[in-house]
Write a protein that binds this ligand. Structure first.
Ligand code: HEC
Ligand code: HEC
Ligand code: HEC
Ligand code: HEC
Length: 492
């Protein structure tokens, strides 16, 4: 047989064949090796913990020792610099921006203080700081704020937790929203830690354990970003039994004869929407196409060849490339404009509803003062209740309607319709009691003026808050610090 040397002398092109053949084989071997390394490191993220994490470990930094990338990105929720047209991580004082809200919430704690939310890292501090918690609140208010909640529910039982007081639980609830809320520490799969969500599923005849992986990427958020109310003994309930729309939930509350508070001016039996983000999302096209909350708010990120989930939960407009352009081919500028176009339209109707409602409450008070009876006012008060509920359904949800633009606009249109109907009925009451029309209403143009108008003594409320922050809170933190020291020992 001829050697390679002899062959190559006879056929010189063979050298080149061998050369390129080798290059191609080495290239594919390289690719194969890289993919094995990447798979292995992905698998490692899931299954190889530096140190096992106990079942009820609330401290994010302990979880972070095992998962530094997720932890570091989670810590970025501390950043409060990004501002979009309507949202972002900056604190916006909504009462200052829309003083009508103070009138609309007269007699309710929201008239004191209401700001646009910040990152998860601030969840515990922000509820300690708000002027709403000057009034005594139940422990149920802590439910969506902290990784200490599952631990305390385990200690006290779920009903025991809800029936405690907010301040009674103050030294226990220290760690902000984090790993424990969404993950099983044994294998890091997503899990539901808040019973109200699982219970709402059960009442609908579904089992939350049957949820698909893609559904779980939204359901972990639906533990908190939802509409809820406090039932008997402050038991937390998601009112989903009749469906996810504003009208379905309005029916639910009407059937349960539930009222959050009686309005300070109009005396209407009011409802307060929380933040029905999941419900809105469920009625939008993205949910219908199977896109999850995490797809937009927790996109994948790459760092040194390692792919992981970005835990910097924030406005997707601060990362359009990672959040939207995975699926959409349009430029970032176009996509941002698409969001703003939808938000502007929702905002326009929202402002109309707000102005009507603030006027309505003031006008209803004029009617009462003129001697109107409960019977005169009955129908009007129900219209006010429903109109404001529908406005709030959109206003209280995050995203200014982007999560479901059509449903948001429809809901606001029915809110305006009901407000108009109430005002027509009111003119009849005015005629009956000889109130000159158009009625004269008090004027206000700032948050402070509106708060004065509804009789709030903000100076005293602020003093009470400062006293809490300077005397009570430091004691809670000290007690927590001592307990934490005890808590670390069994781990060593
Ligand atoms: C198709 C992408 C998409 C999906 C899916 C989605 N969102 Fe959003 N979300 C957005 C956009 C866009 C905004 C508006 C951000 C802005 O205006 O700065 C937003 C705003 C928000 C905000 C307010 C952000 C801020 O800066 O204060 C929250 C909270 C939120 N979404 C939660 C959720 C939850 C919970 C889900 C699932 C139930 C969800 N989102 C599903 C795109 C999405
Ligand atoms: C344990 C309850 C809880 C869970 C679970 C939760 N959130 Fe939140 N989220 C909150 C609270 C409370 C705030 C407001 C914090 C503040 O303002 O102090 C918030 C704020 C946010 C913000 C606003 C951030 C900003 O910078 O303005 C976004 C976006 C958000 N959450 C998205 C999500 C998404 C998406 C999920 C699911 C992957 C989720 N959240 C899961 C309770 C929760
Ligand atoms: C609001 C819910 C939520 C919180 C809080 C949260 N995660 Fe996640 N995490 C997710 C979601 C959603 C995924 C994507 C899971 C999937 O699709 O399988 C994920 C994925 C992961 C993964 C799998 C690898 C990856 O990057 O995709 C790890 C590890 C992880 N998270 C660690 C953490 C750590 C550590 C913390 C606390 C600092 C934390 N998570 C807090 C929702 C959360
Ligand atoms: C996982 C894929 C996916 C992601 C991520 C995603 N979208 Fe979409 N988006 C879709 C699909 C699918 C539709 C429905 C249209 C269709 O089926 O062709 C859609 C529809 C839309 C529409 C038109 C419908 C409407 O509501 O008016 C807009 C606008 C839009 N997306 C913007 C965004 C923005 C902005 C982001 C990022 C914040 C985003 N999308 C993220 C898949 C995605």
């Amino acid at each position: 047989m001829a050697t390679i040397k002899e062959l190559s002398e006879k056929k010189p092109w063979l050298n080149w064949v061998l050369f390129f053949g080798t290059v191609i084989i080495v290239f594919f071997l390289g690719l194969f090796a890289a993919s094995i390394v990447e798979r292995r490191s992905e698998a490692q993220m899931y299954f190889q913990m530096v140190e096992p994490i106990p079942e009820f470990e609330p401290r994010n930094e302990i979880w972070g020792q095992n998962f530094p990338r997720q932890y570091e990105s989670y810590r970025q929720t501390l950043d409060t610099t990004f501002e979009s047209k309507y949202y972002g991580s900056v604190m916006i004082d909504y009462l200052e921006k829309y003083p009508e809200l103070v009138i609309m919430w007269a007699g309710y704690a929201f008239a004191r203080d209401y700001s646009q939310g910040r990152g998860h890292y601030y969840s515990v501090y922000d509820i300690q700081k708000t002027l709403r918690t000057v009034q005594p609140q139940p422990a149920t208010c802590w439910t969506c704020k902290s990784t200490d909640v599952p631990r305390m529910m385990n200690e006290l039982g779920v009903s025991g937790f809800y029936s405690s007081t907010w301040s009674g639980m103050g030294s226990e609830i220290i760690n902000p929203i984090g790993c424990q809320d969404c993950h099983d520490p044994r294998n890091m799969t997503l899990r539901i830690t808040r019973p109200a969500l699982a219970e709402a599923f059960e009442r609908q005849g579904r089992n939350i354990h049957d949820a698909t992986h893609q559904e779980m990427r939204s359901l972990v958020c639906a533990q908190c970003h939802v509409e809820y109310y406090f039932g008997e003994n402050n038991y937390l309930i998601f009112p989903w039994d009749e469906g996810f729309s504003a009208v379905d939930i309005e029916n639910y509350f009407d059937n349960h004869e539930f009222t959050d508070w009686v309005h300070g001016l109009s005396r209407a039996p009011m409802l307060k929407a929380q933040h029905p983000d999941y419900e809105h999302y469920k009625t939008g096209i993205h949910a219908e196409r199977g896109v999850s909350c995490a797809d937009c708010h927790m996109p994948y990120k790459r760092e040194g060849g390692m792919k992981f989930t970005d835990h910097h939960l924030q406005s997707p407009l601060n990362n359009i490339e990672g959040s939207c352009q995975v699926c959409h081919r349009e430029s970032a500028e176009t996509l941002r404009q698409n969001v703003y176009d939808r938000q502007d339209k929702v905002s326009e109707l929202r402002r109309i509803a707000e102005r009507h409602l603030a006027r309505l409450h003031l006008e209803a008070k004029v009617a009462w003062d003129a001697g109107a009876t409960q019977e005169d006012m009955e129908e009007i008060l129900v219209l006010i209740r429903h109109s404001q509920w529908r406005w709030d359904w959109v206003a209280a949800a995050n995203s200014m309607g982007f999560h479901s633009p059509n449903e948001s606009l429809r809901t606001l249109a029915t809110s305006i319709d009901k407000a108009q109907e109430a005002r027509v009925l009111l003119t009849r009451v005015f005629s009956k009691y000889n109130v000159p029309q158009p009625v004269e209403l008090p004027v206000y143009s700032t948050k402070q003026e509106a708060q004065q108008l509804v009789g709030l003594d903000m100076e005293t409320i602020q003093q009470q808050k400062d006293k809490f922050l300077n005397t009570v809170l430091p004691v809670w933190l000290e007690e927590a610090r001592i307990r934490e020291e005890l808590y670390t020992h069994p781990r060593e």
